[in-house]
Design a protein around this ligand. Sequence first.
Ligand code: NAD
Ligand code: UDP
Length: 329
Amino acid sequence: MHLTNRILVTGGAGFIGSFLCERLVSEGHDVICADNFYTGNKNNIEGLLDEPNFELMRHDITFPLYLEVDEIYNLACPASPIHYQRDPVQTTKTCVHGAINVLGLAKRVKARILQASTSEVYGSPFEHPQTESYWGNVNPIGPRSCYDEGKRCAETLFFDYYRQHNLRIRVARIFNTYGPRMHPNDGRVVSNFIVQALLGEPITIFGDGSQTRSFCYVDDLVEGLMRLMNVADDYPGPVNIGNPGEFSILELAEQVIDITGTKSSLVRKPLPQDDPLQRRPDISEAKRALDWEPVTPLAEGLVKTIAYFEDMLKDNAVREKLVQNRRSA
Ligand code: NAD
Ligand code: UDP
């Protein structure tokens, strides 16, 4: 028999959260999406609004919330540097106060709770690829710290609730994820390169482009999060969820240029402060504990993501608004 649960997804109107809500709703669970629409929007979940087992709540998780649920996926937090750096104090509050509030809720209702942590907890790593046992190299006072240290503190809180209150926690360290519904102006490298290529704008390479990232397609990521939530009891993690294929930023630009056939040129911009030079997950633990590994190669995921943005840009009004916003940014 397939059991259905009442599941809270914070940040459910965002990029990853909306795909997760879709999967959970399609499996028959009762899903509550709590979002303050800071970076998410209703379009991402419009296909769910009429579903009887889906409910949308406008809520900021820096304030407590009172619900009765069996599981919580805590995804609420802006994820792209330009978004989380716009109001860094709010970012730290979302990570830390938000974690306290959802953990308090989980404790009261005895729910299982998963934290969307990040590869940023490894900072600019001295260990490569990164295993879960690596403690990281993070600047505590730089422009990325609100996010990196906020997420590290959230992990601390999760593990203290686990030890002190026997809460059933799950900590996923998510590596760079991409796919349809990324915000077209969020400055993340995949969406930025694709939008630049489709608009015929120069493709912006920060630094010399030799820094590396590992890109996981969103469907694979969601599968990994769900397996982690549903793995046998008492498995707190942390566990890396990402695609171990490692690409330099220049290689990524070349793939986007090849697939789109754009005439865009490459321009160099300074490397942002504290930008990690390399990043690749060691996913041995996810394979062992969750029997999970990503199945979507970068080229295949890029084709789907490019198709999404092409479709979005067919609408002239959307295209013009996007171009205007990019000029005024
Ligand atoms: P996103 O910005 O698209 O989604 C975040 C969602 O959280 C948005 O809908 C936003 O409105 C909501 N939100 C932000 N602050 C909130 C608050 N205080 N209260 C309620 N809702 C709030 O980002 P995403 O890429 O979907 O990331 C989802 C989660 O995964 C985040 O926690 C992020 O840190 C983590 N993560 C993402 C990546 C990635 O590559 N996308 C990598 C590592 C970790
Ligand atoms: N980057 C780039 N050009 C862009 C946007 C990003 O070269 O237009 C680089 C950025 O400096 C970083 C990498 O791409 O080295 C990934 O950036 P993103 O913001 O997507 O993720 P994060 O740095 O958080 O991993």
